[in-house]
Design a protein around this ligand. Structure first.
Ligand SMILES: Cc1cc2nc3c(=O)[nH]c(=O)nc-3n(C[C@H](O)[C@H](O)[C@H](O)COP(=O)(O)OP(=O)(O)OC[C@H]3O[C@@H](n4cnc5c(N)ncnc54)[C@H](O)[C@@H]3O)c2cc1C
Length: 421
């Protein structure tokens, strides 16, 4: 007779600290994220999905337990996670609640981009001093006031794909800017305390330029800010990604989360910044595999103790899922380990390949999990059908949608800079 494995084996760390040679800090951080995910996020995940409601209670617990400041440097009072450490922890969140992990990512980017990323970018000394002063205020809002940030970029046109200037306009005004525009799919709409908006600074009658992109913190209750539209999507329902409208909203110059021109520099010199949407889906990929193992062993809570693991077809399917999962993890781990300023062309192509792989494979694994486990596994009382729907969203997220990754990899693999036919 087989020795039964402990049921918890299926929920081991996604990235085993010994196998992946994690630093002691990463091992501790991911272990705490995993524990938080299982204790706090997992039991509530079905509710946000069913109601398409924002996971406010999760944010209360995240605030209390220090997760809002994960990427704020330790000397400023945060947890001091760098890009890779954050990605690894966020995957453990995504495994337990996709919507919470995805919205948390929008918040964390406001600290990662203003912090670690801008430290790697060029600016003159006075600009850096001003940025550091503003950034200290930004960190304090999060750590002392518990403020949550969102990241509304998308406008429904080509701007979020990075091919044209944002149509949300910041017009210079006495002491700051006046903002006009609208953002679609603005996760945390109506729930974040500040919207970290990307917009274009208008210089007189000059044509709008991506170089003039500004990243501004707009308070939720600023006059002229409104939330519109319904939110009843297929997946990631707890993100509450409704439409945000800005009508003549005034913000002071200190609302700049990055100095003028720095977002454009970051997008070209620190391209891995766009990979921050992937950890959620890495977690969902792992969750789909874990579910399948538990289910076939007759150990999935709520599904009854029927074992199905003795069938050769199930064993083959799980083996194929494991191969796909290991491929996904290996490529993703390599890409997040390489994140930094001025990557080589190879590193950028690898990051795009990793993004495409995680986003596509998360859904492929969830699809295969449903097929393998069978009809009873997709009942709404079990988490698999939610994983299936949530994982469908990853490939759609700009600027690095699965399609756009393929588009760039193909073109950039075949053409060097300046070449044309
Ligand atoms: C659950 C969820 C949460 C989201 N949260 C946020 C958020 O918080 N903030 C935010 O800014 N956005 C968010 N988004 C939006 C997301 O990033 C995309 O902007 C959105 O899905 C685009 O939808 P669309 O139909 O307008 O796409 P379109 O712009 O119509 O594009 C459709 C597809 O065409 C392809 N495409 C687009 N542009 C080009 C191009 N120039 N060349 C070639 N192909 C192209 C892409 O593959 C794209 O998937 C969220 C999306 C989802 C699903």
């Amino acid at each position: 007779m087989d020795m039964p494995l402990p049921a918890a084996a299926a929920d081991a760390p996604i990235f085993d600290p010994r196998g992946f040679r994690l630093s002691p800090f990463e091992a501790d951080l991911t272990s705490r994220a995993r524990e938080f995910g299982a204790r706090v996020l997992a039991p509530r995940a079905a509710r946000w999905d069913r109601e398409a409601s924002f996971p406010t209670a999760n944010y209360d617990d995240m605030r209390r337990e220090g997760w809002l400041g994960i990427c704020i440097p330790r000397e400023d009072g945060g947890q001091g996670a760098d890009f890779r450490a954050y990605c690894l922890a966020a995957a453990e969140f995504g495994r337990h609640c996709g919507a919470t992990a995805l919205t948390w990512n929008m918040h964390v980017c406001s600290t990662l981009w203003t912090g670690l990323l801008t430290d790697d970018l060029e600016m003159d000394a006075p600009t850096r001093a001003t940025h550091q002063r503003r950034r200290a205020g930004h960190y304090a809002r999060i750590l002392h006031d518990g403020a949550v940030f969102s990241q509304p970029f998308s406008e429904g046109g080509a701007a979020a794909a990075g091919t044209q200037a944002f149509g949300t306009i910041a017009t210079p005004a006495e002491g700051g800017f006046r903002i006009n525009g609208r953002k679609i799919f603005a996760s945390l709409a109506g729930h974040a305390d500040f919207y970290g908006v990307l917009c274009t600074e208008q210089h007189g009658s000059e044509k709008l330029s991506r170089r003039d992109t500004l990243y501004l913190a707009i308070p939720r209750d600023a006059p002229g800010v409104s939330v519109e539209g319904e939110w009843d999507p297929l997946g990631m329902r707890g993100t509450v990604s409704r439409t945000l409208v800005f009508t003549d909203v005034f913000v002071p110059a200190d609302a700049m989360l990055m100095p003028p021109g720095l977002y454009f520099q970051a997008a070209s010199r620190w391209p891995h910044m766009f990979m921050t949407l992937t950890p959620t889906y890495m977690g969902l990929a792992q969750a789909a595999y874990d579910f399948t193992v538990r289910y076939l062993r007759g150990e999935q809570p709520g599904a009854g103790p029927v074992k199905r693991r003795m069938y050769a077809t199930k064993q083959v399917a799980v083996a194929e899922m494991r191969v796909m999962l290991e491929q996904t993890k290996a490529l993703w781990f390599q890409a997040i380990s390489e994140a930094g300023p001025d990557p080589s062309k190879d590193q950028v192509l690898r990051a795009l390949a990793a993004q495409n792989t995680v986003m596509e494979n998360a859904n492929a694994l969830a699809t295969k999990a449903v097929r393998t486990c069978g009809g009873q596994s997709m009942l709404r009382s079990l988490p698999l059908e939610r994983l299936y729907r949530d994982s469908r969203c990853g490939s759609l997220m700009l600027p690095w949608t699965a399609e756009l990754c393929i588009d760039r990899i193909g073109r950039e693999a075949l053409y060097e800079r300046g070449e044309a036919d």
